[in-house]
Design a protein around this ligand. Structure first.
Ligand code: ADP
Length: 494
């Protein structure tokens, strides 16, 4: 199959969050299976050019119709970790901002990118079987394809993946006519009209016009339709439920695998699980934590992730003090997403500076994250909402028992050892709590710590059960291929 992904990120060359990992991971898995995969991305001036190999000019003077005139673009080709990428470079300042997102005209920038990507396909006579778009930034692709590009590209089918419903791309109605679309026809409640009835919603366009829509876990798909997690798109999703589902993300098992991980001092797997303890020792040395295992062993509880309201920062904070109260150690590696949260955690860091049982690292540090996954005993993930979540899946792979809130993708991947009646005991892999408050969190953390202190054999058995789970790209890629096949076959039926 010939698949073109159109996205605003692809790791490692353009990565702001999980979206970049997913776009790359899925592309790689599909290519591995012999499918032809190409990616179309914006050419940002701040992307990681050092990850691009064999750069070349792919197209010069791509004239993209916009707002009654033309915007000239050039297109650069390059390989990113073996994947074929095309970078669209408009001759204006759209992608020369020093950041990927965060400009006042983001909706305009990415609507233009969506149109330019289709013009590029049209003029280079690339005719993929499937165009796969991601998040609000490329929501206009299927709208344009079906409203403007039928002549020339009538056989292309679109799969659309939503990685976070909170950001939907609201924009002024006039953006439609700038893009060459008929505002009169599209500014309707069953098409692109936003909930405020004053603007358009680009993600809504993606949902209405794509042949298949998914989000990144089955439970988040349910929440988006039936709870406030859809941020106003529940009715639209319900109207289009026949083409909507949840597909869990995968993790890259070349990078996240304790057996071969080059960032950790001692490799291990289920068969020699005891070696994990050497990584715990190394983690303590690296972070200047005391080694209090003589005479009484103590567990390390960790948190890795953005420090953001989405992630349940108050409960992250609470788990730190609860851990200390119970004689455990606590390690946090977090990137604060705002000044307020940064100030709060910086204050805690200063306050706890001399405490030998806690370490707070307020930065993004990929390499340290590997050592923490390998060295910690437990990982807390107390999210308020979580479309899929990678942290808990990585933790499982490293035999670090996840303690998670029962939301979104966390609910689909972690099964409580004491309470999950859907899975037999030997398939359970962590601790789960419901309520996003301290008693809720403690209900799970207490059980985990009790088990660690009093029944180490059972705790280690649980950790090893978690390591058996295969959350690689293998299963998700099967599911995406099934979606692609279904929507392609519709062409024949039509
Ligand atoms: P998000 O909502 O941020 O996409 P995910 O759980 O889906 O959350 O993915 C988070 C990924 O980013 C994981 O691979 C995690 O290890 C990594 N990560 C998050 N914060 C940090 C950090 N401060 N340092 C290193 N890695 C981090």
């Amino acid at each position: 199959m010939y698949i073109v992904q159109i996205a605003s990120e692809c790791a490692p060359v353009i990565k702001a969050g999980g979206l970049g990992d997913v776009v790359y991971g899925l592309s790689r898995e599909l290519s591995k299976r012999g499918h032809e995969v190409e990616l179309i991305l914006p050419k940002y001036n701040n992307m990681r050019y050092d990850y691009i190999q064999e750069p070349d000019e792919a197209y010069r003077d791509l004239l993209v119709p916009w707002d009654g005139g033309m915007i000239n673009c050039s297109v650069m080709y390059g390989k990113v970790e073996e994947q074929n990428c095309f970078f669209i470079d408009p001759q204006n300042s759209f992608f020369n901002r020093g950041h990927y997102y965060g400009s006042n005209d983001d909706a305009l920038r990415f609507a233009f990118f969506s149109k330019a990507a289709l013009e590029f396909l049209l003029h280079t006579k690339k005719r993929p079987d499937i165009i796969h778009c991601h998040d609000w930034q490329t929501g206009l692709v299927p709208v344009l394809l079906f409203e403007v590009y039928q002549e020339g590209m009538s056989y292309q089918r679109v799969a659309y993946s939503i990685h976070n419903f909170k950001h939907q791309g609201y924009a002024p109605v006039k953006l439609l006519s700038e893009a060459g679309l008929n505002a009169g026809e599209l500014f309707r409640e069953d098409r692109l009209m936003a909930q405020n009835k004053k603007e358009i919603n680009l993600m809504k366009g993606g949902i209405v016009y794509s042949n298949a829509v998914n989000t990144v876990s089955p439970h988040y798909a349910w929440e988006a339709r039936h709870t406030s997690e859809g941020y106003g798109l529940g009715d639209t999703l319900n109207a289009h439920q026949a083409k909507f589902k949840g597909i869990l993300n995968g993790i890259d098992d070349r990078i996240w695998n304790p057996k071969v991980d080059t960032h950790i001092p001692v490799n291990y797997d289920i068969a020699n699980f005891a070696l994990k303890a050497k990584n715990k020792k190394a983690l303590r040395e690296r972070l200047w934590l005391r080694d209090p295992d003589e005479p009484t062993p103590r567990p390390i509880i960790a948190y890795i992730g953005r420090l953001d309201d989405q992630k349940g920062v108050h409960l992250v904070h609470h788990s730190m003090y609860y851990a200390l109260e119970r004689g455990a150690q606590f390690v946090l590696l977090g990137s604060p997403t705002g000044d307020k949260i940064r100030g709060w955690f910086q204050g805690e860091k200063n306050k706890l500076n001399d405490n030998p049982d806690v370490h707070l690292e307020l930065s993004f540090n990929e390499e340290l994250s590997h050592l923490i996954y390998a060295g910690a005993d437990m990982m807390v993930v107390p999210s308020n909402y979580e479309p899929c979540g990678l942290t808990q899946m990585i933790s499982l792979k490293y035999g670090t028992v996840p303690i998670v809130r029962s939301v979104g993708g966390l609910k689909n991947t972690v099964f409580d050892i004491d309470n999950d009646t859907d899975h037999p005991v030997e398939e359970r892999n962590g601790y789960v709590f419901e309520h996003p408050n301290p008693p809720g969190l403690e209900s799970a953390l207490r059980r985990a710590l009790d088990c660690w202190y009093m029944h180490r054999d059972s705790f280690d058995k649980l950790a090893k059960q978690g390591m058996k789970y295969d959350y690689s790209w293998k299963h998700p890629a099967d599911e995406y291929l099934e979606v692609y096949d279904n929507i392609r076959h519709k062409i024949v039926e039509e």
